[in-house]
Ligand binder design. Structure first.
Ligand SMILES: Cc1ncc(COP(=O)(O)OP(=O)(O)O)c(N)n1
Ligand SMILES: Cc1nc(C(=O)O)sc1CCOP(=O)(O)O
Ligand SMILES: [Mg+2]
Length: 509
């Protein structure tokens, strides 16, 4: 059967928690919370066990026969195939063996399928739900079929017999698992820290290898309404992956979702309850702190922009810069990719001179040393450039800084520098630059303004007069363009039209 719209189908292969904080019930709530009419998510379930639970323990756990697991899977396949499978509670070796074999067969027809396993065996109250031989069977048979494993610290040690996190993760990655998210929720600390290790095999999703793991941390919320938090972190990750986020961005989204849910929990009694499921997170205070990949920010924030960016035109030469100025563009970037050093200096110097006007803002792309030496207004740097640029010197000289980003992870990374603006791309396919990561699209773009309200955000990549209104409807107020301006036959009219779209959006939304 053909799937007819853009609904992403997720399967949860897990146990029923009748108290509805964890297990299949938590997966349903979490996935539903991320579903929208524009990007619907549909969660199907394969129940592996029925448990009898309450806030302080598990009274009973009965495994579902493998034959019935198989029938559930066959029934689901009659309707639709999943793009993501999230596995939770497995109870015995027989279930593991069936699942390993089933996944091996399924992958033959679904090469892009993502399989996650949250190896729950012990509930947060300490009750064991699995049979003693479970993990042995998991390591031997199931792990080679898993893309992303999400153990807590206790499960990590039980799976590997290693108390050392890095060593344990190495052992798991050697079994064929492609990424491991170690959940630190159970550690006794004032911070809740989660670690994501991504092997080379997962990098195709766009992760830049600045470090070999990502550490995200948030202040621990001191209350008892947290039953199922680990399950929900894994399901939020499944939802974000099904929505098309790259793994590192899905990690940020999932942790932000958990922070939002724990900030507004559902209290059932004085000492029992669950986190709340309140939709895609939308407040900056829920964002975690990025503890790895630390940049060395200057002591102070970069100077603010002297005016809003609004329409931001990027040009490859001084001749094009003059054309843009004549057409009425007020925010410009000189982006020269190939020329000899002498001409480069000359071009940058000329551009700075041409833009000596109180209403005009000129950013120099890449060449921060010349920008600094020649007294430019601002520079625009990419994520790699900020590793090596002398940021303190740029800040102290009063230059404005704009930084590229391509998702939540890179936004968190760049935000550490307190730049003058952040660019987000590529929104649509572009012919101007070879992009390796995932496109943002309008749905993802619409999530950023609420989470990064204190810094100007400019959208870039494939933007033109036909799609500008749709981009502005996401709440983004600044548009950067290369090709659309270069190809405009009447540049003045084109600039007026684009500026009008932006002004209308400012008043309309
Ligand atoms: C406004 C704006 N956003 C993003 C970019 C891309 O910058 P960078 O990542 O440094 O890539 P190159 O432009 O150097 O290819 C930009 N230039 N401007
Ligand atoms: C230079 C550049 N940077 C991008 C990013 O996402 O960082 S996209 C891009 C190209 C933008 O050109 P056009 O408007 O012609 O699509
Ligand atoms: Mg650059």
């Amino acid at each position: 059967m053909t799937q007819v719209n853009n609904t992403a189908v997720i399967w949860s292969i897990a146990g029923s928690d009748n108290s509805a904080g964890a297990g299949i019930q938590a997966d349903l709530k979490t996935i539903q919370s991320f579903s929208t009419p524009e990007q619907p998510l549909h969660l199907c379930t394969l129940v592996t066990a029925i448990t009898a639970q309450h806030s302080s323990g598990v009274d009973a756990c009965m495994a579902v026969y493998v034959e019935l697991l198989h029938l559930q899977a066959m029934a689901l396949l009659k309707d639709a195939k999943p793009s993501v499978i999230k596995i939770g509670l497995l109870v015995n070796a027989a279930q593991v063996l069936w699942l390993a074999d089933f996944l091996q067969q399924l992958r033959k027809s679904l090469p892009d399928l993502l399989v996650m396993y949250d190896p729950v065996a012990i509930s947060s109250s300490g009750s064991t739900m699995a049979e003693p031989d479970l993990y042995q069977a998991v390591v031997q048979h199931l792990l080679p079929h898993i893309d992303l494993l999400t153990p807590n610290l206790q499960e990590l040690e039980a799976l590997t017999q290693s108390p050392d996190t890095e060593q344990a993760v190495k052992l798991l990655l050697n079994t064929g698992v492609k990424a491991v998210l170690v959940k630190g929720g159970h550690a006794e600390a004032t911070l809740c820290t989660d670690l994501l290790f991504i092997s080379e095999n997962f990098r195709y999703l766009g992760y830049p290898a600045y470090t070999n793991y990502i550490r995200l941390s948030s202040t621990r919320q001191q209350h008892h309404f947290n039953h199922g938090t680990g399950c929900c972190l894994s399901s939020a990750l499944a939802a974000a992956l099904a929505l098309g986020y790259a793994l590192e961005d899905a990690f940020v989204v999932a942790k932000t979702y958990i922070n939002q849910g724990l900030s507004q929990p559902v209290a059932i009694t004085e000492c029992s309850g669950t986190l709340g499921h309140w939709g895609f997170p939308a407040k900056p205070e829920y964002l975690p702190e990025l503890l790895t990949d630390k940049l060395l920010p200057p002591a102070q924030a970069f100077a603010p922009l002297k005016a809003a960016l609004v329409l931001y035109v990027i040009v490859p030469s001084v001749a094009e810069l003059e054309r843009a100025l004549v057409a009425g563009v007020k925010t410009l970037q000189l982006r020269i990719k190939s020329t000899n050093p002498q001409q480069l200096r000359q071009q940058i110097q000329q551009a700075i001179q041409l833009c000596q006007h109180p209403d005009v803002q000129l950013f120099i792309n890449d060449h921060w040393q010349l920008a600094l030496e020649l007294g430019a207004y601002g520079v625009h740097l990419g994520q790699e450039d900020i590793n090596s640029a002398n940021l303190a010197a740029l800040q102290q000289a009063g230059l404005r800084l704009g930084v590229s980003s391509h998702g939540f992870y890179k936004l968190l990374r760049a935000q550490q520098l307190q730049p003058s603006y952040l660019a987000i791309g590529a929104i649509f396919a572009t012919q101007t630059k070879e992009m390796t990561g995932k496109l943002q699209g309008l749905q993802k773009l619409a999530r950023y303004p609420a989470l990064f309200p204190d810094i100007p955000l400019v959208a870039i990549g494939g933007i033109n007069e036909s799609n500008a209104k749709a981009v502005l409807a996401t709440g983004i107020r600044h548009l950067a363009v290369v090709q659309a301006f270069a190809q405009a036959t009447d540049p003045k009219l084109w600039v007026q039209q684009m500026q009008q779209f932006i002004t209308e959006a400012q008043h309309a939304y």
